[in-house]
Design a protein around this ligand. Structure first.
Ligand SMILES: NC(=O)c1ccc[n+]([C@@H]2O[C@H](COP(=O)([O-])OP(=O)(O)OC[C@H]3O[C@@H](n4cnc5c(N)ncnc54)[C@H](OP(=O)(O)O)[C@@H]3O)[C@@H](O)[C@H]2O)c1
Length: 245
């Protein structure tokens, strides 16, 4: 299994909760993180929850680098005889609009192109391991996007608001997941995209502090009103992944 997750000061992300949940079920969990130190903390947190022979390992993956994605996929292919569940969880809303080393918009590459490349590189392994499941963590924000060619054009994408690029990247995820699902029909590999719910995580940390505080206050209130807690934030992804766990 492959999960993207990480551990941040004061916040727990959805990926971390997903990894804990799968480790509690005795799964072999590969967590792919970009920051080795935070990844190590996440690894310890997930290992502490593991039961029933679960094994939890850490892989290095920076989704804003196509080279890193290829290296991570190569490692999985070299080390893992089977892959039953691929959960593409990582996501970002980068306000800096910085281009990646590959010359693409960073939010677009992290949310959509990186996970898509990784999935394509692992699809044969998933097929050989069938029944298998791919879960793309998208967002209901995809509804606010209209797909335009600007998305792949870095200088043009830079003119868009960070939230607009986020919405576009999440719409691209939904479209690609649907198409992949159609192409893999009959192979035993199921592909879904999900909205995890509104969860008080550090997803808005790249915004100016007052905007970030405002969004997090909103998410906190939403979670109080709906009795939604962080460790339930992984439910949608796990429900999509479970049937074969
Ligand atoms: N929270 C919500 O209300 C909500 C709603 C709808 C959808 N979602 C989606 O849910 C998913 C998880 O988000 P979250 O709320 O748990 O936010 P989060 O706590 O910020 O988690 C996002 C994760 O993505 C990782 N990431 C960012 N850039 C990366 C890169 N270049 N390479 C590898 N990993 C990278 C982050 O790692 P670092 O710590 O290293 O940055 C972090 O662990 C995202 O896809 C998000 O769009 C969240």
């Amino acid at each position: 299994m492959l999960i993207f997750t990480d551990l941040k000061c004061g916040f727990a992300g959805i990926g971390l909760e997903t990894a804990k949940d799968l480790a509690r079920r005795g799964a072999r969990v590969l967590m792919a993180c970009r920051d080795p130190q935070r990844g190590q903390k996440a690894l310890e947190a997930v290992r502490a929850e593991a039961t029933g022979g679960a094994s939890v390992e850490l892989l290095s993956l920076d989704l804003s680098s196509l080279q890193s994605v290829r290296a991570c996929a190569a490692k999985v292919l070299a080390l893992e005889p089977r892959l039953h569940i691929l959960i593409n969880n990582a996501g970002a809303v980068n306000v800096a609009h910085a281009p990646t080393k590959d010359g693409l918009h960073d939010t677009l590459q992290v949310n959509f192109l990186g996970p898509f490349l990784l999935t394509v590189l692992l699809v044969e392994l998933l097929q050989r391991s069938a029944p298998a499941r791919v879960v793309f963590v998208s967002s209901s924000y995809h509804r606010f996007a209209r797909l335009t060619p600007d998305l792949l054009d870095y200088p043009r994408a830079r003119e868009l608001h960070a939230v607009q690029v986020y919405c576009l990247s999440k719409l691209a995820v939904v479209i690609v997941a649907n198409e992949l699902s159609r192409r893999l029909k009959g192979t035993g590999v199921t592909v879904n995209s999900i909205h995890p719910g509104a969860v008080n995580t550090a997803i808005f940390r790249h915004f100016p502090p007052w905007i970030s505080l405002f969004f997090n206050a909103f998410l906190r209130i939403f979670m109080i009103v709906t009795y939604f807690v962080i460790d339930r934030a992984c439910v949608t992804a796990c429900v999509m992944a479970f049937p074969i766990v």
